[in-house]
Design a protein around this ligand. Structure first.
Ligand code: S3P
Length: 462
């Protein structure tokens, strides 16, 4: 283990970051390349990175985090935790340290918390803020300010939290924490790990027993990390087959060493890029294989992808492994709605794989895509249209008709959405004419170094 007493090379201070500047775009184009080859790692998992910082700030003692994703989204959560009084720093070897204050013991931030582009950061932290009897003000960039927050504000209101907003349950807004906060039983009305996590984090920081009923299983990183930090979390199935999570508030958490595995949602881009460009073979190391996150791999295998999982092992309570992927002739499939929660962030890049697959790929149960960093269904449809890929867009479904030559030549509007930017750059790697995205800077919210990494493997960007 590395020495935690080491002098920090950097300390995160409480502060306000300007919202993403949508007037200052950085376009990038991808053109047809002759295959991607090599071994690579992608940055740490975004969901786990946010949570490691949050749990570190709520635990007593010093949490160490190895492999934290140092993207704009996660750094905003680090700043927020510092604003609540935690000490957050990293050393010269990129190990992060969080000295926490204990559950229910955070201090009132003096400034506005800017979550930039991050729905996960904003919604999880709202749960914590709402359970503390002080005021916290949240802001974000143009994308985050247009996303619905009622899904987390409604359960918080039931707990006694007051919401001050001029913009109808959208950012910017101020939460006046409940005093005392009232634990509730809450049935999550949409498949959302963010809503589940917000209610669990609120429950953890207030006296009493909070219950969350989850009709559809979503990513379980909050549950895993609660237990990993020493909390007791009840979990059972009710008669309706729904998961019921029970948490007793104000349990003490103990600082941990966390190693963040590679993000499968980031690995998705080189995986699809390798599948669609002839002559490719990549090995992507140390990727999180938690089954609440592997829906894309399942779907690509059904499409005929040559993907193998190697070196499968356990790391810090999570299944991880290396993914070997080779160029493949893909065929269209129907992706059932029930699979959506385990691949919710991967539909844009799956649509790109589908464009190169023979026949129709039908994706169902996509209503949540409408409220991501952009309306992802509309953004994907517009990007396909701009590049000559036939498709049908419904309210909650998308059909991509693949197999033809991809003309390319289109300019794709990213709408401050990192996954739209990366997906269409991948589309361009096999298209006849270059595909341009209007802004590649937004990729830094989740995957810093994306373009350099892809170029080192053989991708051609200009
Ligand atoms: C996340 C949950 C998902 C996902 C997001 C990360 C999380 O959002 O899209 O990128 O870390 O909890 P929803 O909970 O809105 O589905």
């Amino acid at each position: 283990m590395r020495n935690s007493a080491k002098r920090p090379s950097m300390e995160i201070k409480q502060g306000v970051r300007m919202a993403h500047d949508s007037t200052n775009l950085s376009p990038l184009a991808a053109r047809k390349c002759s295959g991607l080859r090599g071994h690579l790692r992608v940055p740490g998992d975004k969901s786990i990175s946010h949570r490691a910082l949050i749990f570190g700030a709520l635990a007593r003692g010093e949490t160490q985090i190895h492999g934290l994703l140092e993207s704009e989204d996660v750094l905003n959560t680090a700043k927020a935790m510092a604003a609540f009084g935690a000490t957050v720093r990293k050393d010269d070897e990129d190990v992060w340290y969080v000295e926490g204050l204990g559950t229910g013991s955070l201090v009132e931030p003096t400034g506005v918390l800017d979550f930039g582009n991050s729905g996960t950061g904003a919604r999880l932290v709202m749960g914590i803020a709402g359970a503390h009897a002080f005021a916290t003000t949240f802001m974000g960039d143009a994308s985050l300010s247009s996303r619905p927050m009622g899904r987390v504000l409604n359960p918080l209101r039931e707990m006694g939290v007051e919401v001050l907003s001029r913009s109808g349950d959208r950012l910017p807004l101020t939460l006046k924490g409940a005093d005392p906060a009232q634990p509730i039983t809450y049935r999550v009305p949409m498949a959302s790990a963010q809503v589940k996590s917000c209610v669990l984090l609120a429950g953890l920081n207030m006296a009493g027993t909070t219950r969350v009923i989850e009709p559809v299983k979503t990513r379980d990183h909050t549950e895993k990390m609660l237990r990993g930090f020493g909390a007791t979390l009840g979990e059972e199935m009710n008669d309706a087959g729904e998961t019921v999570l029970t948490i007793e508030g104000l349990q003490e958490l103990t600082a941990q060493d966390v190693t963040v595995p590679g993000d499968p949602s980031s690995a998705a881009f080189p995986i699809v890029a390798a599948l669609i460009t002839p002559g490719s073979e990549l090995v992507i190391e140390d990727i999180l294989l938690n089954e609440t996150r592997t829906g894309l791999i399942t779907t690509l295998l059904e499409m005929g992808a040559d993907i193998t999982i190697e070196n499968e092992r356990n790391s810090g309570g999570e299944r991880i492994g290396d993914i070997r992927v080779r160029s493949s002739a893909l065929k269209g499939v129907t992706v059932p709605a029930a699979r959506a929660p385990s691949m919710i962030d991967e539909y844009p890049v799956l649509s790109v794989a589908a464009a190169y697959a023979e026949g129709e790929t039908r994706m169902e149960g996509l209503e949540e895509l409408r409220v991501k960093e952009s309306d992802r269904l509309a953004a994907v449809a517009a990007g396909l249209e701009a590049n000559g890929v036939p498709f049908e867009e419904g309210k909650d479904y998308l059909v991509v008709r693949g197999g033809g030559t991809i003309a390319g030549g289109g300019r794709v509007i990213t709408h401050l959405d990192h996954r739209i930017a990366m997906s269409f750059l991948v589309l361009g790697l096999g298209a006849e004419k270059p595909v341009t995205v209007d802004d590649a800077a937004i990729i830094n919210t989740s995957f810093p170094g994306f373009a350099d990494l892809m170029e080192a493997l053989g991708a051609e960007f200009e």
